[in-house]
Structure formats: structure tokens, C-alpha cells
Design a protein around this ligand. Sequence first.
Ligand SMILES: Cc1ncc(COP(=O)(O)O)c(C=O)c1O
Length: 429
Amino acid sequence: MTAHRQFARHIRPVAAPRRRASARLWPARRLAAGLPGTVLGGAAAPRLPSVAEVVAAQAPPVPLHCLRPVTLEAASRRFVGAFPGSVLYAVKCNPQPAVLRALWAGGVRHFDAASAAEVALVRGLLPAARIHFMHPVKARPAIADACRGYGVRDFAVDSADEIAKVLEEAGGRPVGLMVRLALPKGGAVWDLSGKFGAPPAEAASLLRQARAVAGRCGLTFHVGSQCLDPGAWERALLLAGSVIAEAGTAPDVLDVGGGFPVPYDDAVPPPLDDFVAAIRRGVARLGLGPSTELWCEPGRALVAEAESVVVQVLARKGDALHVNDGIYGSLSDAGPPGFRFPVRPVAAIGGPWMPFTVFGPTCDSMDRLKEPWWLPAGIGEGDWIEVGNIGAYGQALRTGFNGFDRALLAEVRDGPVPVAAARPGARVA
Ligand SMILES: Cc1ncc(COP(=O)(O)O)c(C=O)c1O
């Protein structure tokens, strides 16, 4: 059997995103619901090829996404084992069916959905999943569908109007209302303050209202994505404590949100245990009873390291490379957000390692990736580079801008691409 035929069954096209009306708009988050899923995990996992084997066999002419089911399952087992409460996976982060199934295989039973489509996706794939609708601002039909059609009971709210909306659309069914508390701007790489959440005094009033009308009520917050400081959760819990004291009623649920970080080239976070310890300390200070449920909503921490994308060099101009994926594709976080993804050549290339400027494939001059990429000096047109840790908000944010709407997906056996500190030849600056 040729290598091509041997690995062909592991490769499939990524569902083509809809074209965007305006080239300049920042890409919308998109469900990759069209991707066929594969039952993953445990002894049933097929023998998967390596990234190098897939590239050698396929010579992929478009970006090749490489999904690592073993890494996914291990990350979920580690997180579920370490967190002293319920782990709700934030579906928006990577909604591929194969990802959701691998997380389930790794022990994740709760899912944080933020749209009607995400609710339907999770329920269709995982009938026994517990789905929580944690977007604080929802369309009425989305609430009605989730509650009446899919058995969703818990809804995030951050205003009195949203509480009324949820109650009306639930049509008398018992609901849980989770009040989203606004946090001051913190040190996370991706700040999530400012758009959602009620300030402390209003959150206290909403918690009282929720207690009066809902079967159960909770308090939820988000410290921001890729938050490297465990102390951020302790500070947020201190604020939550003042809200609870002012409300005069204890929540049934305390949800410490997402934001748990993963390693990138320029940031290796403290271990997960440090974050769990900070959360334990913060919760203990609140003196809540043992019946209070503790939740969290990780996205990035569960999936980032489990996916990479292999890009091909289209042209080299001195120390600049043009590659076939960029900020309008799966590398949007390497644009203005400035994430430093780990990169490595797929095959051995000669020459000393040197820093390169890297551009994406579109005509937009903004399509330039956080630099430099450290690669061997001999790299040139046609070579493939693997960009690691794009599992969080990578494929989920891919657009078809400028006609670059094709990508491939393969499941591979490799571990995550090592970050700079553990990669020979690599430097950060
Ligand atoms: C409400 C909510 N929960 C959880 C997450 C996941 O955050 P992260 O991927 O940083 O863990 C997000 C991210 O946008 C969010 O908005």
C-alpha cells in the first residue's frame, strides 16, 4: 500500500466557511458543524499517522489541520481530575465534533454553549451531556429552543431584562439563573471585561431577584482568556464574596469561568495546580456551605495544544516568508492579539536557525503574523511549517476571505509542538 493510500482515510476537507460580505470585518466565530466526527479515544483509537507522514504522503497544497485525539483526552482527564467541581467545556473555543467526542471520552460531561447552534450541536452528538447556556445576552428563540427543545435549564444573565426574557421564554419551566459579575480589567492576554457582566451592586440586586424567581441561582465571572496569574481568580472571588454579602443570599452555584492558560513561545504559565489552589483558597474564604456547586468554563486549556496547522511557504523574499494561512484563517490570534505560536519545519532543512517575518496569503497588508518565526536559514518555497497550539479559537475563527477557504483536517499521533524553551534552535525575540 502506498503511503498516500495508507493515510488517505485519516484526511478530510475542513468544511468551507461562508464567504464574508466585507473583507475588512474581523472574522465571525463559525461552527465547524459540517465536519464528520470520528469515535476517538481508548483502545478504539486507530493507529494514527504522524504529521510528517501525512505531509509526505499528501503534499498538502492548503493548510492542514492536525488534530491530536490523545492529547485532547489527556488534557480533559487532567483538568477534570484536578478541578474540585464541574468542568463545563466552552464549546465556542473549538466546536469540531471530533473534539467534543474526545473531551467526552476524557470525562467532560458539562458544556457551556453560547448559541442555539452550539446547543443543538452538543445535544446531537452527546445526548447525555449537561448543557448550560452561559451567554449573558441571548435571542428569545434561542432561549425557547434550548429550554423547550433541548432540556437546557441554566442560563447566564447580566440584567433584569435578561432575567425577565429567560423566564418568559422558559414558559414556566424551572430555570437556573447565573448572574454574570463584571470584573475590572485584569492581566489576561485576551481581556473579556467591558462587554458583559453587571457591576457589583447591580449583580447583588440581580442575585436577590434570581433567588426570588428561579429554581436555583448562581454567580459567574470570567477573568479573561489566557490569564497567567492565579491571583486573578482569588481577587475575583473576593469581589464575588462582597456581592454575596450585599445580596444577603448565598448562590447555589459559583462559576469561576474560563481563562486558564496554556504555554506559547513567549509565555509558559504556572502549573494548573497553582490555579486550582488559588481557587480553593478564594472559595474557602467565602465560607459557603458544602451544598454550593463549584463550576468552571475552560476552553483554551482543554483544546489549545491538541491542534496544529501545517502551512506551506508560497514565497521567500530575503528574511520574509509568505505562507498559505494567516490572520483570516486559523492564525487570527497571531495577528493583533499577538500570540506567539510554536513553529517548526515539518522536514529537516539545512542552515543555522534565523528569525523570519511572516505574512499570510491574503492581499490585506494587515495579514502579518506576530514575528519573528525562528526557522532554519535554508527554508524556501514549497517547504511546510507546523504551527502548534492553535486548537483554541484557531479553526473556529477561520474565514474564507479572499478565496482562501480551503483547509484539510487529519488526526495524528504526535504530541503537541514544543514551545520555544524546549525546541532546539528556537528563540523568542
Ligand atoms: C462565558 C465564557 N466562558 C468561557 C470562555 C472560555 O474561555 P477560555 O477559552 O479563555 O478558557 C469564554 C471565552 O470567550 C466565555 O466567553
